[in-house]
Design a protein around this ligand. Structure first.
Ligand SMILES: *[C@@H]1O[C@H](CO)[C@@H](O)[C@H](O)[C@H]1NC(C)=O
Ligand SMILES: *[C@@H]1O[C@H](CO)[C@@H](O)[C@H](O)[C@H]1NC(C)=O
Ligand SMILES: *[C@@H]1O[C@H](CO)[C@@H](O)[C@H](O)[C@H]1NC(C)=O
Length: 363
């Protein structure tokens, strides 16, 4: 497996893949590879037996089924007593073998992480698109238990492929419009069932990347009076994707259909392909709440983390009451042209590349 991933990474790096508008993914590919090759890596699949035996898989399945039913009843698509249940034994058997029980693999933050976002469930702030109720489960893969005391951070671009809280060339029209809003960004505590629940939209697309959402898992952070968090550690930085056929249907609906940027399919996205390796599956499981996409969606995904792991993602901006403000000395400042991480090329022919050490050179 190590051999295989290194070969794939080498091929991907040689092509100098375009990433976020104007940039490339070389740095992100190396990060992902280092994670796949890490000796302590453990996937949700390896936790399967423990999670099934403890009853967690069954309980989780019943809870998600009930949650989807609740959303259907609330939207007028089902009657209270009409819940359709799937055999939990079948769910247990398939756990880890189907998209319903995905693990989100380690990836990187990309150039548009804005720190200091608010703790809130509803991230819409006026944005339009395929409204998605997303339940994210955090599982401790070292102890095979739900993580009940973490904060899950979530962000994605809007339905026409623009990130809020930042201003950068190639992010929409590059104007300062998006920097003034915190739409589609926020955090939620995992709580007693290990689930962080959000309301957001299916992200649109922009040049060079398949549609994706970003996540970061925080541990031991302090809750501030203004509903933000401070400090703590970050165990996981990841990205979620949408199954291609379903995504095609979403992209046909407005406002997605008004997006004039070139689209990248999952299969053409180097980070998506690396994300699928090593038994990981970063694709969300999505159900229609009603009859059409416009009636809303219920999505779920499991994230396997080692809560003691320490990742060091770098925010480009910080959210303040006045909008996004640059973080001093961020290696992403100036993206995509002049930042420290811009145009990153891996060091040549060096054994055991240490991608965590921030010694990259500009290409
Ligand atoms: C998880 O628990 C919270 C309360 O702590 C609840 O609001 C939420 O609906 C639960 N999620 C699921 C999927 O059952
Ligand atoms: C996405 O964000 C940009 C920048 O804020 C905005 O101009 C555009 O209208 C948004 N897309 C939609 C569909 O609202
Ligand atoms: C929340 O409070 C912290 C600490 O005082 C401050 O740095 C931050 O800007 C505040 N965030 C917002 C959105 O008001």
């Amino acid at each position: 497996m190590v051999q295989f991933t290194q070969t794939l990474a080498a091929v991907l790096l040689a092509t100098g893949v375009v990433a976020h508008p104007g940039g490339n993914t070389n740095r992100e590919i190396l990060r992902r590879q280092a994670h796949l090759d890490h000796p302590n890596r453990r996937s949700v699949q390896e936790c399967k037996r423990d999670l099934v035996e403890s009853g967690w898989v069954r309980e989780q399945h019943l809870r998600r089924e009930a949650r989807l039913h609740e959303l259907r009843v609330a939207a007028g698509f089902a009657k209270e007593h009409e819940i359709v249940r799937r055999d939990p034994a079948e769910v247990e058997e398939n756990y880890g073998a189907e998209a319903a029980c995905t693990l989100d693999p380690e990836a990187t933050e990309g150039p548009y992480w804005v720190t200091g976002e608010l703790i809130r469930q509803d991230l819409l702030t006026g944005e339009k698109g395929a409204i998605t109720h997303l339940d994210i489960n955090v599982i401790d893969t070292s102890g095979c238990k739900p993580v009940t005391d973490a904060y899950v951070e979530l962000w994605g671009c809007n339905s026409t492929g623009v990130y809020t809280g930042v201003q950068a060339k190639g992010n929409g029209d590059g104007s300062a419009t998006a920097i003034k809003t915190n739409a589609l960004r926020g955090l939620q505590a995992t709580g007693s069932n290990g689930t962080a629940a959000f309301i957001t939209v299916i992200p649109g697309h922009y040049v060079g990347r398949a549609n994706h959402l970003h996540t970061i898992i925080h541990h031991g952070a302090k809750l501030l009076p203004n509903n933000t968090i401070q400090g703590g550690t970050i165990s996981h930085v990841g990205q979620f994707y949408i199954e291609q056929k379903f995504l095609g249907e979403v992209e046909k609906t407005p406002p997605y259909s008004t997006n004039t940027q070139k689209q990248t399919l999952n299969a053409q996205d180097a980070l998506f392909n690396m994300g699928k390796q090593g038994g990981d599956d970063p694709v969300m499981k999505i159900s229609l709440i009603g009859k059409t996409i416009a009636d809303g969606l219920y999505a779920t995904i499991d994230i396997g983390v080692n809560p003691r792991a320490k990742q060091n993602p770098q925010p480009v901006n910080m959210w303040t009451a006045e909008g996004g403000k640059p973080v001093p000395n961020s290696p992403w400042t100036g993206y995509p042209d002049t930042c420290k991480y811009c145009g990153f090329r891996p060091p040549k022919e060096k054994k055991g590349v240490d991608v965590e050490g921030e010694t990259e050179v500009l290409g």
